[in-house]
Design a protein around this ligand. Structure first.
Ligand code: FES
Length: 152
């Protein structure tokens, strides 16, 4: 049986009717067609699906969409202001913070949260906070550099 949910995504309000078992990740990708948020593992191990819910980062694959009723979600599509990239997006480009790019939306959403939540004071702290975001290409040093640049 479907249930009503009201979710604001990147500033836009949506009234939806969903199955209770639908994850936020599937809702974003399949119902709202916001495919910037990636599905890597679908069980909380890779971080590719990271988004913000009321400003807190979450793994959207582990979040039931119903639990986000009445909340504000930000995805990678919501970071730029028109043609102007978010400073973290600029920094990832400048520092080559990606190779294949699959993990990048999740990395950037975590990176923004890392600074906002005050966990970017040292490389160790950044690496600890970012440890849930896996990069198979091994762009980690460049990702840390990007975060440090935006922090400073
Ligand atoms: Fe959610 Fe991997 S897809 S953590």
């Amino acid at each position: 049986e479907k249930m009503p949910v009201n979710i604001t995504v990147n500033g836009k309000a949506h009234k939806l009717s969903i199955e209770p078992r639908v994850t936020l990740l599937d809702l974003l990708r399949e119902q709202l067609h916001l495919t910037g948020t990636k599905k890597g593992c679908d069980y909380g191990q890779c971080g590719a699906c990271t988004v913000h819910v009321d400003g807190q980062r979450v793994n959207s694959c582990l979040t039931l969409a119903m639990t986000v009723d009445g909340k504000k979600v930000t995805t990678i599509e919501g970071l730029a202001k028109g043609d102007e990239l978010h400073p973290m997006q600029e920094a990832f480009i400048k520092h080559d913070g990606f190779q294949c790019g699959y993990c990048t939306p999740g990395q950037i959403m975590s990176a923004v949260a890392c600074i906002r939540e005050g966990h970017a004071d040292s490389e160790t702290e950044i690496r600890e906070y970012m440890s849930g975001n896996i990069c198979r290409c091994g762009a980690y040093p460049n990702i840390v550099n990007a975060i440090q640049e935006v922090k400073n």
